[in-house]
Design a protein around this ligand. Sequence first.
Ligand code: BTN
Length: 250
Amino acid sequence: IKALHSDYQKIQLEIYPQVDSTNTRAKVRAIEGAQHGHVILADEQTRGHGRFGRPFYSPKGEGLYMSLILRPQMHLSQSVYVTMQVAVLICRVLERLTHQAPSIKWVNDIYLGDKKVCGILTEAVTDFETGQVQYMILGIGLNVWNEEFPDELKQIATALTPLKTTRNEICAALLNEVLPISSSFSFDEEILVEYKRRSNVLGKTVEFVKNRAPIEGVAEDIDETGGLIVRLQNGEVETLHSGEVSIRRK
Ligand code: BTN
């Protein structure tokens, strides 16, 4: 992998033909004491997963499956900025490579057109007493070469093909963006503005579940804590901090 940021010429890369999940492998490495910036890559994942334990389709040779071990100086409450900043940085890289404008589906999915091309899974282990982050695993799954998806994903997933870039180059580009800012992810107004500009949710009617009941409203804004502000049909405002929204297609 070439062109790494000069501060990180000595980062450790572990590359596996197959793992259960690079995030799971990274957690083991972190517990063993791996340094900030340690990277786990795999050609295939047998149990690649996203938020809520959902499977992340990870066939051999077709995607970039990568996890970074980070040891940022930050409090758990700031960890939302990691996902937001990384989503923006991934969009910048994909825009340079594809000359298309990727968009972000709140909170952590990157879309090309109306289909998901990339997912981000950040998992943090914190000090119980102080809430300080001890380490964080930043997992990125990007569909690169896939020409076909299983039936259940056909309508919702896409890949970068027929892009003429290698996974190595994409990986280097992503590391070059993420590593320089990864030791302290703090709130950055410019990132929030760009995150909102790239959002494919703002202005749309979205559905989410509250107290087990489906609710509908218009996504109006994203606040400084990453919360999605939704105006409900009765005029009330609800701020969502996690979970999932689906965009209603007319
Ligand atoms: C999501 O879609 O909710 C996030 C998907 C994140 C997938 C990546 S692939 C590399 C790393 N290993 C995993 O098991 N998950 C992340």
